[in-house]
Design a protein around this ligand. Structure first.
Ligand SMILES: Cc1ncc(COP(=O)(O)O)c(C=O)c1O
Length: 389
């Protein structure tokens, strides 16, 4: 399923946008936006076709299709030990919208929200879009303990939201249960809502074990909004489908009201909900195979990057991105992006503030959700380029 023959570069060059194959010149390998090069599981296309062939594509319920809500609740109960009623699962048109929606529901202009640094730009972007202030809390790549005292010191009278990204894109950190309990206790102490972005939670490499913060007791669960999506685990980014979940009735109502689903201004596409339901119900085998392949790619990429003079890369515990420290090459992240693009013919994401925050400076991010063949070519091009400097 995950060998080079399954990847159709002709189709990717026509369809894969967001810094990927359709946006780079011929000959450049885009290890940029974290979106797999592999086609999605066949059961997903079959489910979409079955639904579409009746030719009734009516309005769906604003709160989401019952089968989607039930599958999500079942999945979170079985895989994350989180008791959530189907009625408290709300499909939205992406995890990105889920993050934005949570900010819109829980932040007023002038409020503060704590975000990790580095972390995906979507957090800062969403907070600032609703007039809030993003307060960066450093979690540098590596094994250093999370500085909870510093986190507590950064909480003020205006802090309303604590934003978790677990596993953490771009560093690949997977938070332990003990760390999550500390986040939860601080949220309870200061009456904060927790936004837990868990879009990467299926992509965790053994022996690491994933914990959903909302599974850590009623008090923490009640103040948590869990956000997830289907772009990473199942390669459905173009379907724009995700979900927000909240066990607390008041918080759930705030999300529904802020979503504008009831007046039909926004809503989760019915076909996308059908596809996501099929992913959860029928595609576990595909995800298992994908994870096995990614595990091998992670080891390959980390080993290769660490053999390049001036590069240093921690092994990510989750996500399919490697976040390499390139500061000892003497180049900035942007200069390295340009060098690798021009000479190695490989596109990467530079550790710029606008992508990941201040803490990403001196790093580059490389996605490895591709075939071993493409990965080997890209890594060998990068290595040759750095050796010939
Ligand atoms: C941490 C994180 N959250 C959310 C998203 C966005 O996902 P979606 O495609 O569902 O909007 C991404 C995509 O890279 C991500 O890494």
């Amino acid at each position: 399923m995950f060998d080079p023959t399954t990847i159709d570069l002709r189709i990717l060059r026509e369809r894969a946008y967001n810094l990927r194959w359709a946006t780079v010149p011929e000959g450049v390998i885009p290890l940029t936006a974290a979106d797999p090069d592999f086609p999605s599981a066949p059961e997903i296309a079959e489910a979409i076709c079955r639904f579409a062939k009746d030719r009734y594509l009516c309005y769906g319920p604003p709160e989401g299709l019952p089968e989607f809500k039930e599958s999500m609740a079942g999945h979170y109960q079985a895989k994350r030990n989180l008791s959530i009623a189907p009625g408290n699962v709300f499909p939205v048109d992406s995890a990105a919208f889920g993050i934005y929606l949570t900010c819109r529901a829980f932040l007023r202009p002038g409020d503060e929200a704590i975000i990790f640094d580095p972390v995906d730009f979507l957090f800062r972007y969403s907070i600032e879009s609703v007039g809030g202030t993003a307060v960066a809390f450093p979690i540098p790549p590596g094994d250093a303990p999370v500085d909870f005292q510093r986190l507590e010191n950064s909480i003020t009278q205006r802090t309303r939201l604590l934003c978790l990204c677990n596993p953490l894109n771009p560093t690949g950190k997977v938070f332990t249960k003990a760390e999550l309990l500390c986040f939860g206790e601080l949220a309870c102490k200061y009456d904060l809502t927790i936004l837990s972005d868990e879009i990467w939670s299926d992509i965790v490499y053994p022996p690491q074990i994933y914990t959903s913060i909302a599974s850590l007791g009623e008090e923490i669960s009640a103040r948590t909004v869990t956000v997830t999506g289907f772009s990473k685990s199942y390669g459905l980014a173009g379907l724009r489908i995700g979900a927000v979940m909240a066990t607390d009735a008041d918080r759930f109502k705030k999300l529904m009201d802020a979503s504008l689903h009831h007046p039909t201004i926004h809503g989760a596409n019915v076909l996308s909900q059908v596809a996501a339901t099929a992913a959860l119900k029928e595609c576990g085998y595909w995800l298992t195979g994908f994870l096995t392949h990614l595990h091998a790619m992670r080891n390959l990429v980390v080993g290769a990057l660490n053999s390049i003079p001036g590069f240093a890369c921690h092994s990510p515990e989750g996500c399919y991105v490697a976040f390499a420290d390139i500061s000892r090459t003497g180049k900035t992240s942007a200069a390295m992006r340009d060098l690798l693009f021009d000479k190695a013919r490989v596109a990467i994401v530079p550790g710029l503030k606008e992508w990941f925050g201040e803490g990403a400076q001196g790093y580059i991010r490389i996605s490895f959700a591709t075939s071993e063949e493409i990965m080997q070519t890209a890594l060998s091009n990068i290595k040759k380029t750095m050796q010939h400097l």
